[in-house]
Design a protein around this ligand. Sequence first.
Ligand SMILES: Nc1ncnc2c1ncn2[C@@H]1O[C@H](COP(=O)(O)OP(=O)(O)OP(=O)(O)O)[C@@H](O)[C@H]1O
Ligand SMILES: [Mg+2]
Length: 233
Amino acid sequence: MFSVKSFFVTGTDTGVGKTVITAALAMCLRKLGIDVGVMKPIASGIPQKTGFKSSDVSSLYEAAGITDSEEMINPVFLPIPTSPYDATKILNVSIDMPLIFEKFQNLIKIHQMLLVEGIGGIMTPITKNFFVADMIKAIGLDTIIVTRSTLGTLNHTIMTLRMCKDYEIPVKGMIVNYFDERGGPAEKNAPATLYELTGIPILGIIPFVKDYQKLDTMVNIVEKNIDLNSFIS
Ligand SMILES: Nc1ncnc2c1ncn2[C@@H]1O[C@H](COP(=O)(O)OP(=O)(O)OP(=O)(O)O)[C@@H](O)[C@H]1O
Ligand SMILES: [Mg+2]
């Protein structure tokens, strides 16, 4: 019998590919026979007209093939495309953190492994004094960092890793997304330079995938480009 750990998937920014990669990872690990659950504790954005309010939650749910309720997977939805903190100010609401921790505890109990997708980057504010990093620390998971390969990634990634160190958040590794063979030198050099400067393992390099919305395609790419055995011990 193997054992698996749960992870908090964060990114160096919003839109770096946390959902695309977490969803594909969940499906790949399911294929290996692991009961993977998913969670997006806080989502913000324009609500979808059908299905779950958050498109991230729909993608994660579909990929993991689970039956958990929307309230479990996404306890807090803020119907405005801003940071959670800005949304609470604009909408004049507060975020129910105890509810988030309660749902997290439920999900981690019922699944063998849980992949939790963050919100934006590690210093995205949830309240005035509570950032995504504080949430990771509070739930006590190791992280995986999704990063871009384009110009600017060294700055964003090193800052993200410095904050993890400050908060004493263990980092399993980084996944470099959007690696494009036809791109410029930033794309080609990024993974090697990121590793050289940080010493944090690169778990995989994911290319630009035109039909990234097709789960099967992303699953093939992730199976080829990420060492899934490193998730199992
Ligand atoms: N490997 C890829 N190939 C092609 N397009 C990609 C890839 N990864 C991400 N994208 C594009 O980038 C968009 C943002 O990706 P994704 O939603 O996964 O980011 P995110 O980090 O989860 O963003 P958020 O902070 O909003 O949760 C996708 O909708 C898709 O258009
Ligand atoms: Mg997302």
